[in-house]
Design a protein around this ligand. Sequence first.
Ligand code: GFB
Length: 315
Amino acid sequence: MTQTPFSLAGKRVFVAGHRGMVGRALVRRLADQDCEILTASREELDLRDQAGVDRFFADRRPQAVLMAAATVGGIYANDTRPADFLYDNLVMATNVLGAALRGGVEKLTFLGSSCIYPRLAPQPMREDALLTGPLEPTNEWYAIAKIAGVKLCQAFRRQHGADFISAMPTNLYGPFDNFDLESSHVLPALIAKAHRAKTDGASTLSVWGSGAPKREFMHVDDCADAILFLTRHYSAESHVNVGSGEEVSIRTLAQHVAQAVGLQAELTFDPSKPDGAPRKLMDSSLLRGMGWAPRIPLNEGLKATYSWYLTQIAP
Ligand code: GFB
């Protein structure tokens, strides 16, 4: 990348979604960046309220925006709350990106997800696989809202010259994740279930689906580092995959989690729950080619997340 890096020094940086797992990781990562971090709680600012968002941008005048706010959840939450996942994420994206354009924001990074790609996209999935086939039904609602955000960034760049970029993280995990068994993603759910099985002296660990699907995982601190790297060094239309390249089957993941938790148990599989996409490994060579690479291997990140869970969440 030959462009002059975008500097955050001395800038007002709005971290939208600062209370979420990714938002908190971004605030941690920005701590030594000599910038003014702007945040707004859900009580202060509902990002679905366009007038409120416009007022916030007029009052606080952010010069950079990291759009990490979203209604998120695992496969069961996505599958059972289609309206929330499509409506909330669509409205938040149009409100924040529209206000950023009108407010002359110098740089905006929009966060999507690897679920934007077709269910059966060739693996690993390249950025140009977008919109080449049917989406995964369990999360097509969230995916369409995120695809709309990606396209809005491209349209604002093309028509108005806005320096808005999009990053597509893979499945993330880490501190301040959602550990609620119904609405969470697989990794935190398995940590919570394995911990409960261990404390209850149970001999089985329940896993949704067949255990056959594969997922790529990245620690949220690596993701935050990649987002800042792209905010500084990337300025082009294409969205950018932010993957670790580390893929495991759900069955293997469950074994790793049981080991990290110190649980001796038999895995039981619940076929009444959906498997979702069989795989969604991303090709992140565009990002790697710019010189960025993740640093936290899954097993190390898993152990660190369980330690955090024990001190902050464990009942
Ligand atoms: O992480 P997860 O909920 O979402 O599910 P996706 C991944 C896989 O883990 C599925 C299995 O095959 C689940 O059936 N799984 C096994 C479990 N046990 C559990 C469990 O106890 N809880 C959960 N949640 N899953 C998400 C999208 O898809 O990917 C989001 O729904 C987002 O919107 C995220 O895009 C990155 O990986 O299937």
